[in-house]
Ligand binder design. Structure first.
Ligand SMILES: *Cc1c(COP(=O)(O)O)cnc(C)c1O
Length: 368
């Protein structure tokens, strides 16, 4: 890759391949792989990622919202797509674009059966979401009889899969809770198969579930963050490579004297002679105000430059007093060495939030 001459998000599809192969190596050969490509594939590019991951052999894709699935279909990708969080208003598009809804409540089940029946659909694939402890979306175990009665009374829909989501798969101090969730989902799965008379795909592991709970892979796993290069534990840093690098440039250097200040509201007060660099990346690009006031930092010529004062909408100012650099030099906000995880952690958040927040105005460039 040439050096960045403006703010760009570089996306390395070779790393995506490496991450996918690593995660696959943790699965039984027959276990299916669902690639989670919601939120612009965790801030990268949903179409390029969906294409590549399908070529690599992923069996399923998942998005959160219907519009995300529509964008992938419009790019010509035919892989089955699970829509994790649809609303009734989305059903027409879901069916028109051959997307498969997660059905997470009695309300949504009734609405989808009514819609699918009204357009004479037969065996339209749906995915039943069960709540086993996260208390976010999903039916409870006690709902099964009633749900299955409704499903077997109509020809319109068919259960393609049943799934649940772990609340703390990355936190081994909560292993007991996760084991209870797994047990609960096993019971649900067995009851479901018995009542349906067929056996839909079962899945509950996200990335950390894949890595920490090999006995809970069921027929399929759902990975997002791992594909993008984060394993939620330093021990995976050697295997998983962050696919996205946020790079920018030094627009201007300033030579400041004691008692001057930097940025809006004089948030940083200069005490000793200082050199600052102004960079064209700000909170509208996804580097939020939490990274300001020296919580966050960037790297210039291999050296760490803390962010001074408040993050502006389109700029940050960083301390380069002890860094050999000049205007036009490349700046690394995060890459595979200076990771988004490290930057996010320093500011009190998580890699998921930082990477999904890189806004659409930042140009994406691909390394195929
Ligand atoms: C986002 C999401 C995932 C992916 O989780 P990762 O931790 O990124 O692997 C899996 N399942 C559901 C239901 C999700 O919402």
């Amino acid at each position: 890759m040439p050096k960045a001459t403006e703010t760009v998000l570089e996306i390395n599809l070779k790393y995506l391949e490496q991450n996918y192969k690593y995660l696959k190596s943790k699965l039984q050969p027959k276990t299916m792989f669902l690639a989670v490509v919601k939120a612009f594939a965790y801030g990268s590019d949903q179409v390029q990622i969906a294409k590549k991951i399908t070529e690599l052999g992923a069996d399923y894709l998942a998005v959160a919202y219907t519009s995300e699935g529509v964008a992938i279909r419009k790019a010509g990708i035919q892989t089955p797509i699970l829509v994790l969080h649809p609303q009734e208003v989305n059903f027409e598009e879901i069916v028109a674009y051959n997307l498969e809804p997660s059905i997470y409540s009695d309300r949504v089940l009734n609405q989808f059966i009514a819609y699918a029946s009204s357009i004479n659909k037969q065996n339209y694939p749906i995915h039943l979401k069960f709540n086993t402890g996260l208390n976010r979306l999903g039916f409870l175990e006690v709902d099964i009889d009633q749900i299955i009665k409704k499903i077997t009374e109509t020809e319109a829909i068919k259960v393609a899969s049943a799934f649940s989501h772990m609340a703390a798969s990355e936190d081994l101090t909560e292993k007991e809770f996760t084991d209870q969730q797994i047990q609960c989902f096993k019971t649900i799965s067995n009851t479901l198969d018995g009542l349906l008379g067929y056996s839909p795909i079962k899945h509950m592991c996200n990335t950390s579930g894949i890595l920490n709970y090999p006995d809970a892979h069921f027929n399929m796993v759902r990975s997002g963050i791992g594909l993008y290069g984060f394993g939620n534990d330093v021990k995976y840093d050697v295997y998983l490579k962050p696919i996205a690098s946020l790079k920018t440039v030094i627009s201007q250097l300033h030579y400041l004297e004691p008692n001057q200040s930097v940025g809006y509201n004089m948030a940083y007060k200069v005490t000793n002679k200082m050199i600052t660099a102004t960079l064209p990346v700000g909170h509208a690009d996804g580097i939020g105000r939490i990274y300001g006031n020296q919580k966050g930092f960037v790297f210039i010529n291999g050296k760490k430059a803390p962010i001074l004062g408040n993050t502006c909408m389109d700029m940050i100012m960083v301390n380069v007093t002890n860094i050999d650099c000049k205007e036009g030099d490349e700046v690394i906000v995060f890459n595979e060495t200076y990771t988004a995880d490290a930057l996010a952690t320093a500011a009190g958040t998580i890699s998921y939030e930082l990477v999904t927040g890189i806004s659409q105005r930042v140009k994406r460039v691909f390394n195929f």
